[in-house]
Structures are given as structure tokens and as C-alpha cells.
Design a protein around this ligand. Structure first.
Ligand code: MG
Length: 277
């Protein structure tokens, strides 16, 4: 009975897809219950080939040699040797974060950095490490952040929090993997200080009308060390330290890495790449 129900559901779903694609669908808006029998009876007349499409052919992307390595169509934002893709946020001068042994470390004195390029929608991979022996509590323990887009007002943007949350209580909308002060991560997937951690992010940028009003909000899906922590979360605006989130119109935007002013030792990043979507 269960198998029969499943096959009936699958059959109905296929019928709905076919009805959606058909150019001979009647005009008007029949109710779903009216569509289902018609689609089912039409499907009964069809051949397998009628739902086998051969175009558009997806272009070929060669995956990285290992999981986390950049695929062939990635823009490498930091490959371990230089910071040529980055500038200081405050004056757009060359990024002053030190690079050594394939790793870049936050320079708190120099301040936050941003990409030279601007992006809309993308898939991002970025790795970060809290130094072993990190000190401090709550937000003052390895605080940094990946701002998925800036909004053209200082360092404001949409922050995916970076923090040592391995064994460090803080407000849950501010722990690692949160969308700062908007969305609690689904789980705590932190590795301990000294170990490399990974974010894989799908970012859907907000879209604005010509008059600056919001046309469609931003969405984020994020994996933390391979574990889902944000599942198509709809942002309520840019992430504010104080106050209610709101949208401010902007176009394609840089990605920012935060130099947070907390007194703990600076954290490091490596292997940063992105695929535009
Ligand atoms: Mg932060």
C-alpha cells in the first residue's frame, strides 16, 4: 500500500511538471484537484522520451583534487601566497594583513579588509583558525567575521560570525555560524582552537527596485565544517550591533573580513575561493 501510494505521488508530481511545461495547457487557473486527473490521464498517453530533455547541457567544471580545493571555475581570493585580491576597507590601500606559510592573519591595527571585486550571488569557501591558547570570553575570544556583502556604509554588511565557540558561552545569535544578531546556527559544529575550520556558503544577494525599495531579500545557506548551520535563511536586513535590521539599497558588493577590536590574539584565514552563480 505504501509503495503504491509513493508511486501514485511520484506519478502526480511528474504530471504536474509536465502540465507546467506544456504549451497546450488551458488558460485560466484551474484548481490543483482539477489539474491532477487531467495530468494523470495525459501522462498515461506519454512515452519516456517525452520528459527526457537533452538541452541545455550543463557546462563542465573540473572539481578540486580534494574536497575544499577550488574547482576550475573558481575565483581564488586567497591561495596562500599574496593578498592581491584584497584592500584595506578604510582607504582601499593594499591589504596589510601578513601572509606566511600559506596563511593570512588578521592585522587588528590595520583594520578590516575587503575584496577588490564585487559580487552578487555566489558559492564561497573559506577556512579559518582560532589560535591555540586563545584567551578571553564571550565576544572577546577570536572575534572576526565574514561579511557576505558590504552595503557601502563603512564596515556595515551581512555578517556570518567568526568566533571561538568551541567552549565559550555568548549570546547564541553571536556565536560562530550565526548570522549576527539575526539567526542562530542550527547546531554548534565548532572545532577546537588550533584546528582549521571551514565555511561553505551559498549567498543570494538582495535585489532592490529602482526607487530603492526591497524587491527580494537576501538568503544564506551555510555549512560549518561540512555541517548545515544556516538553511536558506532569509535576512531581515544588514546585521547591526545595535538595533533592528533593515535593508539599504546596494548593488554588487565586496566581501569583507573583519578585524575585530577585541584584545584576544588574531585569527587566521586560508583557502578562500568563490564561484559566481
Ligand atoms: Mg564578528
Amino acid at each position: 500500500m505504501r509503495a503504491r501510494l509513493t508511486s501514485l505521488l511520484a506519478f502526480s508530481a511528474l504530471g504536474a511538471v509536465v502540465a507546467g511545461c506544456s504549451h497546450s495547457a488551458p488558460s485560466g487557473a484551474p484548481s490543483p484537484s482539477a489539474i491532477a486527473p487531467a495530468a494523470s490521464s495525459r501522462s498515461a498517453q506519454m512515452k519516456p522520451e517525452d520528459t527526457e530533455f537533452w538541452t541545455p547541457v550543463p557546462r563542465v567544471v573540473t572539481p578540486g583534487a580534494t574536497y575544499g580545493a577550488p574547482p576550475s571555475d573558481a575565483i581564488v581570493l586567497f591561495g596562500g601566497t599574496d593578498m592581491n585580491e584584497w584592500v584595506q576597507m578604510k582607504d582601499k590601500s593594499p591589504a596589510q594583513w601578513p601572509v606566511s606559510d600559506g596563511v593570512v592573519t588578521v592585522n587588528k591595527k590595520a583594520g578590516s579588509i575587503e575584496t577588490k571585486r564585487s559580487f552578487n550571488n555566489y558559492q564561497l569557501h573559506i577556512e579559518w583558525r582560532i589560535p591555540e591558547g586563545i584567551t578571553g570570553t564571550s565576544q572577546a575570544r577570536g572575534n572576526s567575521g565574514v561579511f557576505l556583502a558590504t552595503i557601502g556604509r563603512g564596515e556595515d554588511g551581512y555578517e556570518l560570525q567568526v568566533l571561538d565557540s568551541y567552549n565559550n558561552a555568548t549570546y547564541v545569535t553571536g556565536q560562530a555560524g550565526s548570522i549576527y544578531k539575526q539567526s542562530v546556527p542550527l547546531v554548534n559544529a565548532n572545532r577546537k582552537p588550533g584546528e582549521w575550520q571551514q565555511y561553505d556558503v551559498i549567498w543570494t544577494a538582495p535585489v532592490f527596485n529602482a526607487d530603492g525599495s526591497l524587491k527580494s531579500p537576501a538568503y544564506v545557506t551555510a555549512f560549518f565544517n561540512g555541517v548545515l548551520v544556516q538553511n536558506h535563511f532569509q535576512l531581515r536586513g544588514y546585521t547591526k550591533y545595535i538595533g533592528i535590521p533593515e535593508y539599504v539599497p546596494h548593488g554588487p558588493s565586496p566581501i569583507e573580513l573583519q578585524a575585530h577590536g577585541d584584545p584576544s590574539a588574531p585569527i587566521s584565514y586560508r583557502n578562500i575561493w568563490l564561484r559566481e552563480l
